[in-house]
Design a protein around this ligand. Structure first.
Ligand SMILES: Nc1nc2c(c(=O)[nH]1)N(C=O)[C@@H](CNc1ccc(C(=O)N[C@@H](CCC(=O)O)C(=O)O)cc1)CN2
Ligand SMILES: Nc1ncnc2c1ncn2[C@@H]1O[C@H](COP(=O)(O)OP(=O)(O)OP(=O)(O)O)[C@@H](O)[C@H]1O
Length: 186
């Protein structure tokens, strides 16, 4: 394992534990966080992608009811590939997929202009640490080459770290929303 991979692996382990504490304390659906997320999405370009929370991720799905744009969920097409996105609204059928993440069973494929991004750890520069697939980095690289893209990290406060370990392919988020703060990057 390269040095940076080992540093990221250790940072993931610590971040899992901190995220789990806030998840236990606050639950997955956190009303003040959803209010901030709705504010951050006011006027945002659609389609908007959320995520189906797994493990102890904070739940962004209730924000969709306030949106008038098309909304979608990510699908992993395969290793080392960018994510694809399939239209989804509350109540639409989902099915189990790779990594235990449910995905829409049917629906059009969309190219989102706004991504709500799950994460394990973030820093004030907008860098994030995920589960290590590199899926969001590849997706941000691809979509931002096609049209303007806004990326909003959604997280508990305990997920903030001083500096996320970064490598050349890591791309910063534009905004991070937590239950108590909206952090604008840059
Ligand atoms: N809720 C949610 N949906 C998401 C993501 C996410 O981070 N959160 N993704 C973000 O990319 C994509 C799914 N990618 C994922 C990649 C790895 C693992 C995972 O659990 N990995 C294992 C190691 C698996 C292995 O190597 O066998 C782990 O972390 O223990 C989960 C989701 C798309 N959908
Ligand atoms: N755009 C890219 N092109 C090629 N390789 C990439 C790209 N983005 C990331 N990678 C590679 O993917 C691997 C995992 O990346 P990283 O550790 O940043 O994942 P992550 O952000 O934690 O996971 P995820 O985005 O899936 O939540 C790294 O080895 C990285 O070099």
């Amino acid at each position: 394992m390269s040095d940076i991979a080992a540093v990221k692996a250790a940072a993931r382990k610590a971040a899992f534990a901190r995220r789990a504490e806030d998840h236990r304390r606050l639950g997955a659906v956190v009303a003040p966080a959803l209010t901030r997320l709705a504010e951050a999405l006011d006027g945002a370009g659609g389609p908007v992608a959320v995520y189906w929370p797994i493990r102890t991720e904070i739940d962004p799905r209730p924000v969709l009811k306030d949106l008038s744009t098309q909304t979608c969920l990510p699908v992993v097409p395969g290793p080392d590939q960018p994510l694809r996105f399939r239209t989804w609204s509350d109540g639409d059928a989902i099915e189990p997929a790779s990594f235990g993440v449910p995905v829409p069973a049917t629906g059009d494929w969309l190219r989102p202009r706004t991504l709500i991004v799950p994460l394990l750890a973030f820093d004030r520069r907008g860098y994030r640490l995920g589960y290590g697939g590199g899926f969001y980095d590849r997706t941000i690289a691809e979509l931002s080459g096609l049209h303007p893209l806004r990326c909003i990290g959604f997280a508990y406060d305990a997920q903030e770290v001083e500096a996320v370990p970064v490598e050349a392919t890591d791309l910063p988020l534009d905004l991070i929303v937590t239950p108590t703060r909206t952090i604008r990057v840059g």
